[in-house]
Design a protein around this ligand. Structure first.
Ligand SMILES: [Zn+2]
Length: 220
């Protein structure tokens, strides 16, 4: 899953306003941000196999450190600790901020579970899980769109704009995310070079988080 992960970011921001939307964008993609560099280092493994699923060419062969349920849980505990003891330590609601950041990291595994082929381990090796929605392009696109739009509605209800533009920015941003997904699914060719796949993925995560910082700043 790609843009659908950001539904968790919008929903968690709606739940705890003290958390940064930009940092929630980082948190919800955190294990992917680690995964792509680890594949280049040969620590985890992604094979690019043409038409491996209807949506992409990702044969996610080995990724226990980033996409094992235990691994993801450990990263989310780390986020909790970082926020509780450092980034939010002077805030009255630091426990709640740390909790939504941790849930953001953990949400990635469960969102991936819906779409991945059975490639998500609990710890390492078998059994691996994945409901395989990626075998159906239209359903995957629809699921990510529904999750994003529902979370946007919740986010708009639970936050208020500092200026009128705050509302349209958030709506426009979700529209942009859906457009990115559409191009990804239906227009752009599948890239078969691991280095450029990894670099463009990580770059996209940071650019989108940058926009989220800006969008989040316009609402309180
Ligand atoms: Zn992932």
């Amino acid at each position: 899953m790609f843009v659908g992960h950001y539904a968790a970011a919008f929903a968690l921001k709606g739940k705890e306003n003290g958390a940064s939307l930009g940092m929630l964008f980082i948190a919800t993609q955190f294990v992917d941000i680690l995964f792509f560099p680890l594949t280049l280092l040969g620590i985890e493994r992604l094979n690019l196999v043409e038409n491996f699923t209807a949506v992409n060419n990702f044969d996610l062969a080995y990724m226990p450190y980033t996409h094992g349920l235990l691994g993801t849980l450990i990263w989310s505990v780390l986020f909790y600790a970082l926020y509780f003891f450092f980034f939010a330590k002077n805030k009255v609601n630091k426990r709640s901020i740390a909790m939504v950041m941790a849930l953001g990291v953990l949400s990635h595994w469960f969102a991936d579970l819906l779409v991945h082929t059975p490639d998500l381990p609990l710890i390492n090796g078998e059994p691996k899980f994945g409901f395989g929605l990626w075998q159906n392009k239209e359903l995957t696109f629809a699921l990510e769109a529904i999750l994003l739009i529902a979370s946007l509605i919740y986010y708009l209800k639970k936050t208020t704009e500092k200026a009128k533009i705050g509302k349209y920015l958030a709506i426009g941003f979700v529209g942009f995310l859906l457009l990115v997904n559409f191009l990804n699914f239906y227009v752009l060719p599948q890239d078969d070079n691991l280095v450029s796949v990894a670099i463009s993925a990580v770059l996209a995560y940071f650019v989108l988080a940058g926009i989220a910082f800006w969008v989040g700043y316009k609402r309180t």
